[in-house]
Ligand binder design. Structure first.
Ligand code: NAD
Ligand code: MLT
Length: 309
């Protein structure tokens, strides 16, 4: 029997596949402390996680039975890849299952930010009828810059084109042809692109190159009243610099689904600024995306453990 530990919420469809697979035994445990995860890993051949479980070097050391980690989702930044490699543990993800849902969430955030949906809804709940206060801005005719033109960035870019926006993109790795096919005006220089946009949306992983890449110095070169959206990873946009720029009026508003520390502290400045729309890391939280990533995770972990594929 191969034992698969699951420490974050996994859609029932994925659990069913695992439970019905001969040779696989499932151990579902949520809300574990790091120490409890370490202990549970002693008896696991594989583990499936989302973003809630952090697999640090301390947890991965001394786990001779553990062969494979599967991330039901895209980002593997909650797994210490160097430690996994050192310990001979394979790491896999399910990269495509939540692309559409995350792109849709980005567009929802962009629209809600432009039309003050969050504060206007809250004001009505509080008994007010403030029509003038919540006048918004139209997306059609505006220019959006998409930083990172991978699966989600391209999907967002296509949707922005459908909204009659001019779409600029920055990604050092995508081909000119691929960008042109999708009506994206490609830039190889981030500093050049960001001076031309009304909206900036980031869709890269968080790496040494992207951490804090949207910072005070860059924000200062952007158009006054720019709006910034981050549905990728907290920390790509420097949070303190963003809060300063919103307070100074350089940035008109921001929509954030991800934070450098999750959950962000209750007294974080970004949580309290009225120009900031926040969601608690919901980009991939749809029934469809969760079912898709859970099914893919179940398939790849069973293929690896049972057939070495
Ligand atoms: P992807 O790998 O398909 O695309 C990432 C793109 O970023 C690639 O095209 C790559 O060339 C580009 N890139 C890398 N470094 C760059 C740099 N320094 N400057 C510009 N571009 C750079 O990944 P994806 O599936 O599109 O996911 C994008 C991000 O969204 C990831 O951080 C992922 O973890 C995150 N994500 C968040 C949610 C959520 O719930 N909010 C859901 C899914 C994915
Ligand atoms: C991802 O990287 O896939 C997202 O952060 C969504 C998730 O939390 O699974």
């Amino acid at each position: 029997m191969h034992r698969v530990l699951i420490t974050d919420n996994l859609s029932p469809a994925g659990l069913k596949v695992l439970e019905e697979t001969d040779g696989i035994e499932v151990d579902v445990r949520s809300g574990l402390s790091p120490e409890q995860v370490r202990e549970a890993l002693h008896d696991a051949d594989g583990i499936i996680i989302r973003s809630g479980t952090k697999l640090t070097p301390e947890l991965l050391a001394g786990q001779p039975r553990l062969k494979v980690i599967v991330r039901a989702g895209v980002g593997v930044d909650n797994i210490d890849l160097a430690a996994a490699t050192r310990e001979g543990i394979v790491v896999m993800n399910t990269p495509a299952g939540n692309t559409t849902s995350t792109a849709e969430h980005t567009i929802a955030m962009m629209m809600a930010l432009s039309r003050n949906i969050g504060p206007a809804s809250q004001s009505m709940r509080e008994g007010r009828w403030d029509r003038k206060k919540y006048t918004g801005t139209q997306l059609a005719g505006k220019t959006v810059g998409v930083m990172g033109l991978g699966r989600i960035g391209q999907s967002v870019a296509r949707r922005c084109r459908g909204l009659e926006m001019t779409v600029l993109g920055y990604d050092p790795f995508i081909s000119e042809e691929k960008a042109a096919e999708q009506g994206i005006e490609l830039y190889r220089d981030l500093d050049e692109m960001i001076t031309k946009v009304d909206y900036l949306t980031v869709h890269t992983p968080l790496t040494d190159e992207t951490r804090g890449v949207i910072n005070a110095a860059r924000i200062a070169t952007m158009r006054q009243g720019v709006r910034i959206i981050n549905c990728a990873r907290g920390g790509i946009v420097d949070e303190n610099d963003l809060a300063d720029a919103i307070e100074s009026g350089q940035v008109a508003g921001a929509a954030l689904d991800v934070f450098s520390s999750e959950p962000p502290p209750e007294d974080s400045r970004l949580r309290s600024l009225p120009q900031v729309l926040c969601t608690p890391h919901l980009g991939a939280s749809t029934d469809e995306a969760q079912e898709q990533v859970a099914l893919e995770a179940a398939e790849i972990i069973t293929a690896y453990l049972l057939r070495g594929e």
